[in-house]
Design a protein around this ligand. Sequence first.
Ligand SMILES: *[C@@H]1O[C@H](CO)[C@@H](O)[C@H](O)[C@H]1NC(C)=O
Ligand SMILES: *[C@@H]1O[C@H](CO)[C@@H](O)[C@H](O)[C@H]1NC(C)=O
Length: 293
Amino acid sequence: MRSSFALALVTVLARAVHASTVITPAGGERLAANTHLVPEGGSILHVDDSTVHVLDADDNVVKQVAVDQTTPVRPAESEASKTQSGVEPFKTGWITFASWRNTGSSPITSFTTSWNVPPVPDAEDGQTVFLFNSIEPNSGHAILQPVLQYGGSAAGGGKYWAVASWYLVGNQTFHTKPVKVSAGDKLDGIITLTSSSGSSFNYVTSFTNIASTSLKATNAMELTWSTETLEAYHIKSIKDYPAGSTVFSNINLKLANGNVPNVAWNHKNDTADGLSTKINTDGAKDAKITIKY
Ligand SMILES: *[C@@H]1O[C@H](CO)[C@@H](O)[C@H](O)[C@H]1NC(C)=O
Ligand SMILES: *[C@@H]1O[C@H](CO)[C@@H](O)[C@H](O)[C@H]1NC(C)=O
């Protein structure tokens, strides 16, 4: 009697602990209490170093959020530890990606990427897969990203593909409501600098061809580190990924001074699991990058 009660209590507690964290793109597992839905057409306004406001489309304040901006949005990479049977588990977090940092004095004003929604994965293991272009400040303490996801995340989702825009800053996470998409749909993810003044930058991201995915970050830091990324969690088999490859195309970066930056993409492969990034067409004008599963 007593032991079954204890077991039930442990189960309840385990559920409570489990329920308190959610998966976020870039940030991985984060506290559910620190993730916030932004109303359609809304924005995240940086008020000061430790406060952001969530505004609706009419600029009414709907939420005031205390933020610790010294927290990096991407957790440090953890070494995969062997399981009891001696098998290396699949990598978690940023699996394979391409990146370029703008070190020039003229800020990035526009970053576009197009890709097609891949087929649904052959296996279902409760995995979460994210595909996105993104941009971060030099500090790594924020990220703005139009994200395609398969599986569950802080924004919702399930055994289907969906898109949402995300802004993570310090220990807080903001996202739009996910919109279901289907295999083969063409996505156009765009990040735009709408205006700036001194060290204050106003950005908006969206999928240009999908309504209700627009998310603004205003009075934010300058965003410099641009990426094309595959990120994943709870992968138990290579079949938890979609089959084939994803081609990021129409990759265009523009600067405030009107120039096209001189871009050479870096990349990182997950050789152990057989996932890779290939730079097909380098540069900042109609570049093409393929992620192979
Ligand atoms: C995030 O930062 C804010 C401001 O410091 C703090 O109030 C909040 O408790 C933090 N949350 C976590 C989980 O660190
Ligand atoms: C990553 O994998 C791609 C595709 O196989 C290959 O072209 C590229 O050279 C690899 N890069 C590195 C750094 O190993």
